[in-house]
Design a protein around this ligand. Structure first.
Ligand SMILES: C[S@@+](CC[C@H](N)C(=O)[O-])C[C@H]1O[C@@H](n2cnc3c(N)ncnc32)[C@H](O)[C@@H]1O
Length: 174
């Protein structure tokens, strides 16, 4: 099977990384806050420099947090960010969202912030995110962004795995 390549134009330049590192759950992923309960297992896909990941880990402690990114550089930065935040136990790995190396139904929450617009095959990426999310769990990414990208119909941007969330392309409007 051919694996789609990551398509990420911005790279990991220090100026880019600095701007991402200001991100927190509260200022960038507030849609996720209610899902982050102590003891939850969370996968943060495309974690970048990891400031949102570190915040997630603080919120779900003593739960399990795994953060993956296609860029080894980003993963190294995310490790340092977790250490700087005094967050322990986050598992980091270099991984492509198109082919996640986790069994089905591993996580309570699977999250991607500002990632799917950069991947080669967003529908396949979403399928993978859904696969590793337990039934009844939540896979989330910003609602607005996915809709802007024409990947989900209005109102279907986030939701429960066993609900109406889909990655299908909407019918073209006439
Ligand atoms: C805009 S950054 C967002 C970082 C972080 N989620 C945040 O909001 O601060 C996008 C990240 O997605 C990663 N990425 C791009 N394609 C990917 C893929 N196919 N699989 C995993 N990560 C990918 C990039 O390496 C980059 O670190």
């Amino acid at each position: 099977m051919v694996r789609p390549q990551a398509v990420y134009p911005h790279g990991q330049h220090a100026s880019v990384v600095r701007s991402y590192q200001r991100r927190t759950v509260a200022n960038s992923a507030a849609y996720l806050a209610d899902e982050l309960r102590p003891g939850s297992a969370v996968l943060d896909v495309g974690c970048g420099p990891g400031s949102i990941t570190a915040d997630i880990a603080e919120r779900v402690s003593p739960g399990r947090v795994v953060a993956v990114d296609a860029s080894p550089e980003a993963v190294a930065t995310a490790r340092r960010t977790a250490a700087d935040h005094g967050v322990r136990g986050v598992e980091f790995a270099v991984a492509d969202v198109h082919a996640l190396d986790f069994p089905d139904a591993t996580f309570d929450v699977v999250h991607a912030h500002q990632v799917l617009q950069y991947v080669a095959d967003p529908v396949r990426a979403l399928s993978e995110m859904r696969r590793v999310c337990r039934p009844g769990g939540t896979h989330r990414r910003p609602r607005r962004r996915l809709r802007d990208d024409g990947l989900a119909p209005r109102g279907a941007g986030t939701g429960r795995v066993d609900g109406a969330v889909s990655a299908r392309r909407p019918a073209r409007r006439r």
